[in-house]
Design a binder for this molecule. Structure first.
Ligand code: ZN
Ligand code: ZN
Length: 422
């Protein structure tokens, strides 16, 4: 597979098996062809492409693949860094690779990728290997102990080389955003609403990445354009999840819902139905022209029902907007959440910055816990959690602040008792 295809498929979370079909049916040969297919809106008609919502998501994600005004978003920067590290880590002369600079701190935007490689004296060999990697277009600058390469996406990779310490052994590689080991994802979608894959396909994908559990949180009926579930359909889904759990070993699906918060601050399903779920996440998708005060009141009212385990994408902030797009009074939202033990979601969908690291720090001051969720609409998107892990890193969270680092039993305990602990 050519470099650009491999990268685009990874960064947009597309199933690589779609490629032969695209090539054959649409005569796609280049990235330009691919982009024009998306631009024309044809994607929504491609089987297993996720329909209209899939079309919208690819459009959003394609923006993040190249630098914008010289800056690359974390989603792509971390992927390109990981790709490079993966190709280099087993070279015998390399003892350790460290991600430094803005990427090492989990910043949102990056003007380059900084790496520190500790190696024996054969630096020339390593530089030679890097120069010949398919994603490298050349060397920008050489200095003693340093080389700056140009990535084919037109941004610099700045590598410092240092000699190993006196007794340095080859260390297991730990990426800065891998410090948090997640045991599951608490916000994912399936083909019951607007997702691409079935319950079983999502479960198997979660199992493959080593998760213990996966919460299925399809939309509620209010979000009709996203195929939201009627109360009857939600009941059927809960039953389907219970049945699947009985026959799938090694992974537990949690029956959940991404329940819309109604215009007046209610929840889209009756309390009795919500009580049948393992996890309730709630979110606002329609603003109904409400102002800051009204929206804040609306969310607080929903939290005060005590039924909301996790408030999903609380602010709608993205990497392109430096502010809280919902114009909420977050201090009041955090305070209300802390009185009922509701968890704040760090949504890892790659163009989101929601919560931002600044807001995470403020939420933690109220004693709130966080959940790092992907909001995956396809199984390939389950790996997108590194965006959320970077936000956690920047906010200097500890594992104990993040509920989906808990084992399944501890998570279930937490969800049962969260309201009583405050
Ligand atoms: Zn949502
Ligand atoms: Zn969602």
């Amino acid at each position: 597979m050519e470099q650009w295809i491999n990268d685009i498929f990874h960064l947009t979370g597309l199933d690589p098996q779609l490629w032969p079909q695209l090539r054959q049916n649409y005569g796609i040969e280049s990235e330009k062809d691919f982009r024009s297919l998306i631009k024309k809106g044809i994607w929504q008609y491609i089987p297993k492409g996720g329909g209209k919502s899939g079309q919208g998501q690819i459009k959003r994600l394609l923006r993040l693949i190249e630098p914008i005004d010289g800056f690359l978003a974390f989603h792509a920067a971390s992927f390109y860094a990981e790709q490079l590290i993966f190709q280099l880590k087993d070279l015998p002369q390399i003892l350790n690779i460290e991600v430094t600079g803005s990427l090492g701190k989990g910043e949102v935007w990056h003007s380059d990728i900084d790496l520190l490689i500790s190696c024996d004296e054969k630096v020339e060999n390593i530089i030679n290997v890097i120069t010949h990697l398919p994603q490298i277009s050349g060397i920008i600058r050489r200095e003693p102990g340093r080389a700056i390469f140009l990535h084919y996406r037109n941004f610099p990779i700045d590598i410092h080389f240092c000699p190993p310490g006196p007794e340095q052994l080859r260390k297991p590689l730990v990426l800065p955003w891998d410090l948090y080991s997640l045991k599951g994802d608490l916000h994912t979608h399936t083909d019951w609403s607007e997702g691409v894959h079935s319950l079983e396909e999502m479960a198997l994908a979660a199992k493959e990445i080593g998760y213990e559990y996966l919460a299925i949180c399809d939309h509620s009926w209010i979000h009709a354009s996203a195929g939201g579930l009627s109360p009857k359909r939600l009941k059927e889904q809960i039953e389907a999840i219970r049945k699947l759990n009985d026959r799938l070993p090694g992974i537990t699906l949690l029956a959940g819902s991404e329940v819309d918060i109604t215009e007046s601050g209610g929840l889209a399903y009756e309390e009795n139905l919500l009580k049948e779920l393992d996890i309730v996440i709630a979110s606002v998708h329609y603003l109904y022209g409400q102002n800051c005060h009204e929206l804040t009141e609306r969310i607080i009212k929903a939290l005060e029902t005590g039924m909301v385990d996790v408030l999903a994408h609380p602010t709608h902030q993205t990497v392109f907007s430096n502010t809280n797009n919902l114009h909420l009074d977050m201090e009041r939202v955090f305070k209300a959440a802390s009185s009922v033990g509701t968890v704040m979601e760090i949504n890892s969908f790659p163009d989101r910055n929601d919560l931002s690291a600044d807001l995470v720090i403020r939420a933690k001051r109220y004693g709130l816990k966080m959940a790092i969720n992907t909001d995956a609409h396809a199984r390939e998107q389950l790996i997108f959690s590194r965006t959320g892990r970077a936000i956690a890193l920047k906010a200097q969270l500890e594992e104990g602040d993040i509920i989906n680092t808990l084992s399944l039993a501890d998570l279930q305990d937490f969800l049962k008792n969260r309201g009583k602990m405050v």
